[in-house]
Design a protein around this ligand. Structure first.
Ligand code: XMP
Length: 519
């Protein structure tokens, strides 16, 4: 069992996941528990240090999240961030009060004690050595130190921006070291993890792969595993990892639902078959799906039909394989963290195409080898497993696919138009070197016709909308500022090359209030 671990207790901060990722960047494993996790659960995890996240509450609020007081008796170092700091002060006998002025955003931190936590942050030789920029966000402040605590830093508005009880190895920061706006944030977290907690950097992707392979082998024994692949990063990496562990005892099933992008199925199949010599069952069910989707224009109905039909097809195919006892699935860590702050819209969106129904019906047990990983770590893992960048860096693609990008009714002709336009959008975005800077980019076929003129002829044809957004997690997004000449090229090519389209528009809406997809 991994010995070097840091626990993050979540008090509802939007940055909680970021804290765990920052710790992991140092090759030290970190998990997130909800603030009210039992002492027993925390003890069983055997953390070498605990970080108390920030959060929107005030310690004096009616529903303030308060952890078990005994965490302070575990004998492990604790770092409180923002709300975590106030909580520490409140629970350990200090005093917290409303700040005269809310402090939000950039602040200059003046370090008064540059030992341990701030070691190496203030460079004695540099001018203004004791100053560094930090990111604040709080409405409360410390009025009286808890017993044994001494100040470590202040800002103009916060007399206590950092404090510590070094004897007990308790540290607290009023600012957020986990965000990039805090200049030396990474160093502060590194100091906590290595200098204060004494953790060792043993959690590497190589060690992760070895452990995961061993666990998969032990769990599976001489049974067989089935894995549904979609072309997305998570399912492809899951399949390759499980294949590394058990070879041909894994069968992958690729269901073509008729609403995939152009050549998508072929490319993925080739990659997994040729480069990894995996067993893939390609099931062309496009006719079946399109028949069910005929005349359906309501987006939620489209989603339900595709989700249910997928389960049926997958079930039929998996039943044909003998001795199947396990279903491998690319569940990621953000999907399993038990915490209120993560139950954003994506949680419900994902339910549309999960295969939960399969488990009950087929009595399959789950294998989820990525359930400890964040998305960016899955990409590193894929890389380590020798997968091509084209797969690893692929944009997310929704389960219902082009069905929700072919607005209103879905027909083969309309899908063909959409596919051709979509290929051009992707080609030009790649050619301009923009693909990796964008979260998602795609074409949408609108249910309106517009008048145009081509040569001497009047046309009355379809409109394609181009959608491109930047985002970090898909929860919020901004429209991508694609240069005009690239947009111009996309528009020209679509109108010239795709029969049936005579107008292209660019979507300049952010999320919220719009969504990324049109349906
Ligand atoms: P929205 O449109 O809600 O999308 O801003 C946020 C992210 O979720 C994807 N998305 C889906 N993914 N099944 C999926 O697997 C769906 O039904 C679905 N709807 C939206 C969307 O592509 C974006 O990445």
């Amino acid at each position: 069992m991994l010995e070097d671990k840091i626990l993050v207790l979540d008090f509802g901060s939007q940055y909680t996941q970021l804290i765990a990722r920052r710790v992991r960047e140092n090759n030290v494993y970190s998990e997130i528990f909800p603030y009210n996790a039992s002492l027993e659960k925390i003890r069983n995890f055997r953390p070498e240090g605990i970080i108390l996240s920030g959060g929107p509450s005030s310690v004096y609020g009616k529903d303030a999240p308060i952890p078990d007081l005994k965490i302070f008796d575990l004998g492990v170092p604790i770092l409180g961030i923002c709300y975590g700091m106030q909580l520490m002060a409140h629970m350990l006998g200090g005093k917290v009060a409303k700040a005269a002025k809310r402090e939000y955003g950039r602040a200059e931190l003046i370090i008064d004690d540059n030992s341990d936590l701030f070691n190496g942050i203030a460079q004695p030789s540099a001018p203004n050595a004791e100053r560094t920029v930090v990111w604040m966000s709080h409405g409360d402040r410390i009025e009286k130190y808890p017993a044994g605590f001494t100040p470590m830093a202040h800002t103009e508005n916060s007399p206590v921006a950092a404090m510590a009880n070094k004897k007990r190895r308790f540290y607290a920061l009023q600012f957020h070291p986990e965000v990039v706006h805090t200049e030396k944030g990474r160093e502060i977290i590194r100091n906590f993890v290595f200098r204060i907690c004494g953790s060792k950097p043993v959690w590497t992707m190589k060690s992760f792969i070895e452990t995961a392979k061993k666990e998969i082998r032990e769990k599976v024994g001489n049974q067989r595993v089935v894995c549904g692949i979609s072309g997305g990063v998570d399912s492809s990496v899951t399949a390759v990892l499980v294949h590394e562990a058990i070879g041909d005892a894994l069968t992958c099933i690729f269901v073509d639902n008729g609403v995939l992008r152009h050549d998508e199925a072929k490319k993925v199949e080739q990659m997994l078959k040729k480069s990894f010599r995996m067993k893939i069952k390609y099931v062309d069910s496009s006719e079946r799906f399109l028949k069910k989707l005929k005349g359906v224009s309501d987006p939620e109905k489209k989603r339900k039909i595709i989700g249910n039909e997928f389960i049926r097809v997958f079930d039929e195919e998996a039943m044909k394989i003998k001795n199947v006892s396990f279903l491998a699935q690319g569940t990621l860590y953000p999907d399993v963290i038990e915490s209120v702050s993560f139950k954003g819209p994506s949680a419900t969106i994902k339910s549309h195409h999960n295969v939960g129904g399969l488990l009950k019906k087929m009595k399959l047990k789950l294998i989820e080898p990525l359930r400890e990983l964040f998305k960016d770590e899955v990409r590193v893992l894929g890389h380590e497993l020798g997968m091509p960048d084209e797969v690893i860096n692929r944009h997310p693609f929704p389960g219902p696919g082009l069905a929700i990008r072919c607005i209103s009714d879905i027909t083969k002709t309309r899908l063909d138009i959409l596919r051709k336009a979509d290929v051009i959008v992707l080609e030009e975005i790649r050619a301009a070197g923009l693909y990796d800077k964008i979260w998602q980019v795609f074409a949408v076929l609108l249910p309106v016709k517009s008048v145009g003129v081509m040569g001497d002829e009047r046309t009355y044809d379809n409109v394609i909308a181009v959608r491109a957004v930047t985002s970090v997690d898909g929860m919020t997004a901004d429209w991508a500022k694609i240069p005009y000449d690239v947009l111009g090229k996309i528009s020209n090519r679509i109108i010239n090359e795709v029969k049936g389209v005579n107008r292209v528009v660019y979507d300049i809406s952010s999320k919220p209030p719009s969504t990324i997809e049109w349906e």
